[in-house]
Ligand binder design. Structure first.
Ligand code: SF4
Length: 330
């Protein structure tokens, strides 16, 4: 059953109900990154090395590992001459140089929307701006973006960091961001930055990607007044963790993240009539369906799907892989 957002959503106190967010799950960048590893395995045969998790989902990584992908943290774990795929989160230029020096064949599955932020960082560094990159320390995407212009980039993790930022010229500062942040929290950080640096330049277009924004909007539509929001996604998935925060901020009485249905806990459901379900951008739909099946076993009805926006974006496979597929007649 589908619910139009224009219709009022009425859940009586006693009635059990399940709302299912749409859009949820795979974004275009994740779809492309997973297809890249699958097609590389088909074309070149295993093993295909992948630097870092191709996307932040433990089920996806484990499935690909079973098919012959070998996940490594760094390139010194990859034998010379082997094929290595760079993950959707992107890599610093130093990593490309290292791969070349090691004689590795590379396939770059960086999401084009992350690459766009890399280009912005390069461009503003080239114009001698100080770049205030809003993001989380240690996240692979942040490491990759900072690597484009380390001398010009300052990481700002949130409003509390703003007082500590030191720039060379307060009239030449621009902010950029990680693609998977909370939209509202990022705007708070930008406001704090602008108070300190009134001439702060905005990025030419949104850095928080369409998929992150859409999944946050969708969860906002269903979270208000709901007893429990379940977000399917892995703990290292930034956009999944943000969905839990957004659900709580949007009025859900409780919000929990699970990798899959096996992590649901009985205690969460005590006195819970209304449940809303969504999933992060790196989450296969079968894991969501597993959660819905587990809800059904607990006596909850089939979900009402609440549509917010439609998505149709598709990214082409990396060009180096397309070229090899074409040469192989595939
Ligand atoms: Fe690309 Fe956004 Fe998906 Fe990340 S979440 S892979 S930036 S579309």
């Amino acid at each position: 059953m589908s619910v139009d957002l224009g219709s009022p959503r009425v859940i009586s106190e006693e009635e059990k109900a399940v709302l299912l967010a749409s859009p949820r799950g795979y974004c275009a960048g994740v779809d492309r990154a997973i297809a890249t590893v699958e097609k590389a395995l088909d074309l070149y045969g295993p093993p295909v090395y992948v630097r870092k998790e191709i996307v932040h989902n433990k089920h996806v990584v484990s499935d690909l590992r079973e098919r012959g992908a070998v996940f490594v943290d760094e390139l010194d774990e990859v034998p010379s001459g082997a094929t290595v795929v760079f993950s959707a989160h992107g890599v610093a230029p130093a990593v490309y140089a290292d791969a070349e020096a090691r004689g590795l064949k590379t396939i770059d599955a960086t999401c084009p929307l992350v690459t766009k932020v890399h280009h912005e960082a390069k461009r503003f560094a080239g114009q001698d701006y100080d770049i205030l990159l809003i993001g989380h320390a240690g996240h692979e995407e942040v490491e990759g973006t900072m690597g484009e212009a380390p001398e010009h980039t300052h990481l700002v993790q949130g409003p509390d960091d703003v007082a500590n930022v030191v720039v060379r010229d307060p009239s030449r500062v621009v902010w950029l961001s990680q693609t998977t942040l909370s939209v509202d929290e990022t705007m708070e950080t930008v406001a704090a930055l602008r108070e300190r640096f009134p001439e702060l330049l905005d990025p030419p277009s949104d850095d928080i990607c369409y998929a992150t924004q859409n999944r946050q909007s969708a969860v906002k539509q269903i979270a208000d007044g709901v007893d429990l929001v379940i977000v399917v996604g892995s703990g290292n998935s930034s956009n999944s963790v943000r969905l839990v925060e957004v659900a709580r901020e949007s009025g859900a009485r409780d919000a929990r993240r699970v990798d899959d249905a096996s992590e649901l806990q009985d205690a969460w459901f005590e006195g819970v009539d209304s449940v809303a379900v969504t999933s992060g951008a790196s989450v296969p739909e079968d894991l969501v369906q597993g959660v819905l099946a587990a809800l059904a076993e607990r006596g909850y009805p089939a979900p009402n799907v609440v549509h917010s926006v439609s998505e149709s974006l598709i990214f082409a496979l990396p060009k180096e892989l397309r070229r090899d597929l074409k040469s192989a007649g595939r």
